[in-house]
Structures are given as C-alpha cells and as structure tokens.
Design a protein around this ligand. Structure first.
Ligand SMILES: [Zn+2]
Length: 344
C-alpha cells in the first residue's frame, strides 16, 4: 500500500490546517479564508439515480484530497464532500472503499468527486422531462447529442449465434431504496454474470413502468434492470420485460416493503434472489447503449431477455402509485446493430 500521508488529527482546525499544508500553502491562509465569506459553501453531490458515481477519480502519486478538491471545484474545502460522496457510493459500488481517515489515501484508490454544482433535478415529464434532459446540464449532454442511447425499439435484429450469459446470482439481503425516480434494490457482493468471457458484478436492480424497451413498437407493462459493472468500469445491464399476469411471487417481499418516499437505503432481514426474476429462456437482444437516465452515459452493454416475466395488475399499480411514469422514450438506433441470439 502506498500511503501518501498519515497524520493523526483531533480537531477541525487541525484538519483544515493540515489540508492547507498538504497543498503547500500556509495554514493561516486557509484558516483566514474560512473565517470570511470568501470560501464558497460546500458543494453538492452529483450521482446518477442508479447510485453510481457520475465522476470516478483514481488517486495518482502526489494527490491529496484537498488538491483533488481544488482541481475539481476550485475549493480545497470540498474534500469533505468527496469523502461524503465516496463513502456514500461505496455502499453499493464495490470499486470504492470508504474513507475512514482523510489522511490515509493511497495511489490507485478510487474517489467519487463531488461536483461544483448539484446535478439539476430531472423528471419523466414537464419542463425537466426527457426531451429537456440534455439542456438541463452540460453533464447531461449525451442525453441530447449521444448516438448510442437507450432504450430502443427491439425489432429488425440481426440473428446471430451468441454465447449465453452465464448467471451466477446468489441470494442477497434486500437493501432497498426509493431514489426519487424508482425503487432500487442494492445487491450484496458476490453475484455476477459472465458475458463473452468477462465478469460483471451485480450492483443493483430497479424497475421502470411501463417498460423502456419496446418489441416491434410495443411497450411491456414494466421492466426490471439488473445493473452490473466489470472491474474496468464497463457497465452491463440485463433487462427483463414484465407483462401483466398473475402475482409475481419473487417480487412479493420487495413489494411488501416499497419505501413510499425518497430516502436512504434500508436493509431488510429478508433476502432476494435475482435469479428468480430471470426468465428460463436464455436468448437475448444485445446492443451498445447508455444509461436510460441522466447523465445518459454511453458504453453500456445491453442485454434484454427475449422471454418476459409476469407481474400482476395490483403489483403494477403499487409501483405506479409511487412513480406514475418512469420510462424514457425510445431512442434512435442510428448506425448501431441490434443482435438477437438465434440459439437457446
Ligand atoms: Zn433502468
């Protein structure tokens, strides 16, 4: 481990002075600027609704938290936000380790940078709806200018013999949250898929109603997204369409505990097994796409199962009572190819 610095601290002033010293400026200057109104107020968090870090940063030789904060927002004191945001995303994103001591950071460690400005509020309708996402923030530009956006209509696919996804899902505690846009269940470590020889760890699953992907122009009643991430940061999402039918027993425990208001993760004693939400037929549609929510980042490997699962009218209603609309409109395919597995 390459420890950049290790100094015990006991008071806030000591923390601030140390930060300034690390930066190579005199401690009194930092303390002085803190005393007036010159120091901007702490900035806010800009993470995606999926609980993923919008701006990951890998610590390099010579970095300190203060220096990184200064480069990121212009304010050395924003290191407190970097710590807060990193510790926050570390709960669901295993690439990040919690920072228990601000003086112990190492080269190669990943931070989630706080942004100078809060990510603007976005919605599924109105002035901050999907058609306006790209205009809400420069961070969301891909929502407007991207050429590989999701969701898409699943039609006119190229039939191709593709190797099946290998699902290695274990039961997990139900770590549930209402993030203001959907219900998300963060998954315990240890479950993953393998696609084309590459491992992607399951981070969380969440829901949309109606579905985001359509098949030959027709939306399903709902869709569940299993969000995975490889060690190199590549995201792979497995989508399963849900059509109205009998109660889906595998959703029962989650549905019995839907948080009605936006709030932090709540861990239940009950468990969930994502495997039960994956249809038996292993054929998939595959294409390169994006996050379906701002910042609409591209480079996401999409796998939508051809076989749908069921969800009851009552279950759909319980969800749409909380989120009346939660699907982004269909995006153009442009020059991408959509593959459809020709073999089970
Ligand atoms: Zn989604």
């Amino acid at each position: 481990m390459n420890i950049l610095s290790r100094n015990p601290l006991s008071t806030t002033i000591a923390v601030l002075s140390l930060s300034a010293t690390i930066l190579g400026i005199h401690a009194n200057q930092a303390t002085a600027s803190l005393g007036g109104n010159a120091t901007p107020p702490p900035t806010t968090i800009a993470n995606s609704a999926d609980g993923l870090c919008a701006t990951p940063y890998t610590i390099k030789t010579g970095d300190t938290l203060s220096l990184i904060a200064k480069r990121s927002t212009g304010n050395i004191f924003d290191y407190v936000n970097i710590v807060r945001v990193t510790n926050d995303v570390a709960k669901s994103d295993k690439r990040f380790a919690p920072i228990n001591n601000i003086n112990v950071i190492r080269v190669g460690q990943m931070l989630c940078l706080a942004k100078a400005k809060a990510a603007p509020a976005w919605a599924y309708n109105g002035d901050a709806g999907p058609a306006k996402w790209g205009d809400l923030s420069s961070e969301f530009a891909a929502c407007k200018t991207g050429q590989e956006q999701s969701p898409i209509d699943l039609s006119k696919a190229n039939l191709r013999d593709i190797s099946n996804i290998s699902f290695n899902y274990q039961p997990s505690k139900i770590n549930i949250l209402n993030n203001g846009h959907t219900i998300q269940v963060n998954y315990d470590e240890g479950s993953y898929i393998v696609v084309d020889g590459k491992r992607y760890d399951l981070l969380q699953y969440h829901f949309h109603a109606p579905s985001e992907h359509s098949v030959n122009g027709k939306l399903a009643d709902a869709e569940v997204h299993f969000v995975h991430k490889a060690a190199d940061g590549t995201l792979a999402v497995v989508g399963v369409l849900l059509v109205q039918g009998p109660d889906n027993a595998s959703l029962k425990t989650v549905w019995d505990n839907l948080p009605t208001t936006q709030g932090p993760v709540k861990t239940l004693t009950a468990t969930t097994n994502a495997k039960e939400l994956i249809p038996p037929s292993q054929t998939t549609y595959r294409y390169n796409g994006s996050l379906t929510i701002p910042p609409c980042s591209e480079g996401v490997k999409w796998h939508v199962m051809t076989q749908s699962m069921q969800i009851s009218a009552a279950q759909i209603k319980a969800f749409t009572n909380l989120f009346p609309v939660s699907n982004r409109p269909i995006q153009p395919l442009f020059s991408r190819t959509l593959d459809l597995d020709s073999t089970p």
